[in-house]
Structures are given as C-alpha cells and as structure tokens.
Design a protein around this ligand. Structure first.
Ligand code: COA
Length: 258
C-alpha cells in the first residue's frame, strides 16, 4: 500500500485523493494500484454510491512518474497488464458516477483520466496538457478517439500534436470540464454534486450511466491499440532523450534521435 493515495468514505461518497504534492502528484505504480483497489472495492460496496478523484492544491497530477519510465522500462508505462492500463480499465468500467475535482496541473494521464469521469470541475488556475508527442510518446487512455469526437480533428490535432498547455476556460470550451469553480469552493462543489447523485434512485442512475457509456468496448479497444504503439515508443531514443532532458532541466534535442 502507499501513503500517497488517501481514501475516505463520507455520506456515500468515496473520496480518492492523490497526495504526493512534492512531485506534483506524478503517479507511481503503487499509486495506480491503490486507486484501482479503491474503485474496485467501491464497486463491490453497497455503501459507496459515487467517487470523487482529487489532488493536492496546485497539483491534480503531473501524469506518469517519468522516473518509473526509466527505472522500470515498459513496466512503468502502458504495458498490457500494467497498473496504468488496469487503472484506465477500472475507471472506464466503473458503474458508479466518477467526479473529478481539479486544481493546478493536470498533465498526461492527469488530463486523460478526466475523459473517463462523468463530472469534472476545475479551478480557474488549472493547467491541462497532453504532451505525449513532446515526450516521444503517443496519446493514451483513448484520448486519440475521445478528443476528436469532442472537439473535432483540427482542435484535437492541436492539443495532441503540439502538446501545449491550456487553461480551465479553454477546457470548459472543449467540453472537457463541466464548470470552472474557485479553489476555496471546489471540494464543496464536488461534494454537493455527489450528494445530489446519492439522493437519486441508484438503479436508474447506474443504468443511465451504462447507456451513456454503451461504447465502452470501442473505447477499450482504442486504449489497447494506443498501448501497443505507446510500448514501442517507450523503447525509443526519442523517449530517452525527452525524459533525460526533463530530469536534467534542459531543452530536448531530438535531432540526436534521427
Ligand atoms: N515524473 C516525475 N517527477 C515529476 C513529474 C513527473 N511526471 N512531474 C514533476 N515531477 C517532479 C519534478 O522533477 C520536481 O522534482 P524535484 O523537486 O525533486 O526537482 C517536482 O516534481 C516539482 O516539479 P517542477 O517541475 O519543479 O514543478 P513546476 O510547477 O515547475 O512544473 C509541471 C510542474 C507538472 C508542469 C512539470 O513538473 C512537468 O512538466 N512535469 C512533467 C509532466 C509530464 O511530462 N508528465 C508525463 C506525461 S506522460
């Protein structure tokens, strides 16, 4: 188990807090395992009616821990059977509503996991980024499918191929967040939505969520397809250069990889 994921249950809501602020909530394999366990056990627990995923002030999540990429090779990335893929599969198939409360940076899977949540609230200062190409990688979590559906091909190409950050107002415009909420109101807002959901007839609520997510196998197939290509990229000189540059705090030089 890890002390970097805190799980608390209150009034039918399971609050799952990523708590590694000194590393901007970069996700280690143990953190993925703890979140998987929290949601899978929540699925079996009748007293859990919905989930809230949140991070630390200023850091929702900086995405996959880049040291894991280097230390574990492909085991740190989206290998089939890896905690990363299991986590994605778990949130994809969660039958109870998933609410995300985002403050601060949401990079890589910190943004793509939101595409599998039902409600997303973000503070005005939140900053989203899908920098896969910049790291020598490709999109994951079916973002290459979900994003163009939401925003059209050109905007998705801009977000995924240029990999530049965008703010909460832009994310709202893209339909990636439900509302922008001030930091001091964020958790109350998410908990308020959770309370409203908890008061609904749960049978109808879950059946309705299942209908909204009727294409779950299509999404799962894209996650697997992306993971295969992602795996190839994890062995590339481009990835090694990008991660080394981040760790050495210098700009990457991809001309070395051609
Ligand atoms: N993996 C491992 N460590 C990470 C990390 C990651 N994904 N993101 C941040 N960290 C670490 C930094 O190395 C730093 O550690 P240190 O204090 O020991 O030097 C610490 O977290 C704080 O990060 P820092 O870069 O100083 O914070 P910032 O506020 O200036 O920038 C980010 C925050 C998230 C924009 C920046 O850290 C970043 O770009 N991280 C990489 C994100 C990424 O590429 N994720 C993978 C996507 S697949």
């Amino acid at each position: 188990m890890t002390d970097t994921i805190a799980v608390t249950d209150r009034d039918g809501t399971r609050l799952i807090r990523m708590d590694r602020p000194q590393k901007k909530n970069a996700l280690t394999l143990d953190m993925y395992r703890a979140m998987i366990a929290a949601i899978r056990s929540g699925e079996q627990d009748d007293s859990v009616l919905n989930y809230i995923l949140c991070g630390a002030p200023g850091a929702f999540s900086a995405g996959n821990d880049l040291n894991d990429f280097l230390a574990h090779g492909t085991a740190g990335g989206s290998t089939v059977g890896s905690p990363v893929l299991e986590f994605l599969d778990t949130i994809l198939r969660a039958t109870k509503p998933l609410i995300a409360a985002v403050d601060g940076v949401a990079v890589g899977i910190g943004t793509t996991m939101l595409m599998h949540c039902d409600f997303v609230y973000a503070t005005p200062g939140s900053r989203f980024q899908l920098p896969f190409v910049n790291l020598g990688l490709v999109p994951e979590a079916a973002s290459s499918l979900i994003l163009p559906r939401r925003v059209g091909h050109q905007k998705a190409a801009e977000i995924l191929l240029l990999g530049e950050p965008f703010d909460a107002a832009a994310a709202l415009g893209y339909g990636m967040v439900n509302a922008v909420v001030e930091p001091d109101a964020l958790m109350d807002h998410a908990l308020g939505v959770a309370r409203k959901l908890a008061a609904k007839p749960q049978g109808a609520l879950r059946r309705s969520k299942a209908l909204l997510k009727a294409d779950v196998e299509v999404v799962a197939a894209r996650i697997a397809q992306e993971a295969e290509v992602f795996n190839e990229c994890l062995r590339s000189a481009e990835l090694r250069e990008a991660v080394a540059a981040f760790m050495e705090q210098r700009p990457p030089d991809f001309s070395r990889c051609r």
